[in-house]
Design a protein. Structure first.
Length: 301
């Protein structure tokens, strides 16, 4: 029963999310504590993991080019479907810019954690490669949509995004075939090992349902795009093309993971209101605990 085995294998990752939720609700750590943890993970720990995973990988574009292209394709499809909610539902442009992120952005923390649980180091390396290619695209799309509503502007937001910078630097280091000095490598390993549990705890601590201005139809639309339409597109690609067992599973993981908490941070920073996004992230994360094992099970992981 592969779906049951998959669910049990990735269950500890969702358990950490629930631990973060419980700690934030039941113990008086204070919001400043969780904000500090989020910033530490976002600006230091997770960039370290992304950079090292890509820097030490010897990228074979002939072998990895097709999965990366597929991931970029379903990401663009997710963006198109998410933005289509605007004209279909008659949404105000500011709401669309913030809320549509929830259909095409993804939680890299959850993706890498699940890949590691199921496939160990090879899974993390391939997931970092695929997600690393997706990160610049989703950040470009999100910031382009939100820039007109924010004070920081498009160029500045892109140039200071730590995940994008770490991804680009990791790709460049690998392409140049530069060795990582042992001291730097071990330091990055230690930082990276801390990033996933800290990131998952932060995801849980940030979960909350807030009174929002978006209609229920908009929330349902973006949840359906993120949790159903995008994995279905990925599954169709996998069935049609077939990339290899590991590649198929990693692509499905990347397509089915819920929205990143970074979408809320960006929405608040650039529009001043992230309530709709916070609700989407919370509901999507909870629902994904059931949908992710189902989708991964379809590719035989």
């Amino acid at each position: 029963m592969p779906r049951v085995n998959t669910a049990l294998t990735i269950l500890p990752n969702f358990a950490l999310i629930m631990v973060g939720l419980a700690l934030a609700r039941r113990f008086d750590f204070g919001r400043l504590f969780w904000e500090g943890l989020e910033k530490l993970t976002y600006y230091v720990l997770f960039p370290a993991l992304l950079f090292r995973s890509l820097a030490v990988a010897r990228l074979d574009l002939a072998a990895s080019g097709a999965p990366i292209a597929a991931a970029l394709a379903f990401t663009l499809a997710a963006f198109a479907l998410s933005v289509a909610a605007g004209p279909v539902l008659g949404l105000e442009r500011k709401l669309l810019a913030a809320g549509s992120q929830c259909g095409y952005r993804f939680s890299t923390y959850i993706g890498l954690a699940i890949a590691g649980s199921l496939f160990g180091t090879p899974g993390v390396a391939l997931a970092a490669l695929v997600l690393g290619a997706m990160i610049p695209l989703v950040n470009f799309l999100a910031v382009a949509m939100l820039a007109k509503h924010g004070e920081r502007g498009f160029a500045r937001e892109i140039a200071t995004n730590p995940l994008l910078l770490a991804t680009v630097a990791g790709f460049a280091w690998s392409a140049a075939e530069l060795p990582l000095p042992a001291f730097a490598d071990q330091t990055l390993v230690l930082l990276g090992q801390s990033s996933l549990p800290m990131g998952l705890l932060s995801v849980g601590a940030a979960m909350r349902i807030e009174k929002t201005g978006a209609p229920l139809a908009a929330h349902a639309w973006w949840l359906a795009v993120k949790l159903v339409a995008v994995p279905l597109i990925a599954w169709t690609m996998i069935r049609t093309i077939g990339f290899g067992r590991l590649e198929d599973a990693i692509l499905m993981i990347c397509a089915s993971i819920p929205t990143a908490s970074g979408a809320y941070i960006l929405a608040v920073r650039m529009t001043g209101d992230g309530r709709d996004v916070a609700t989407q992230i919370t509901v999507g994360t909870v629902l994904s605990m059931a949908t992710i094992p189902l989708w991964i099970g379809l590719v035989g992981a």
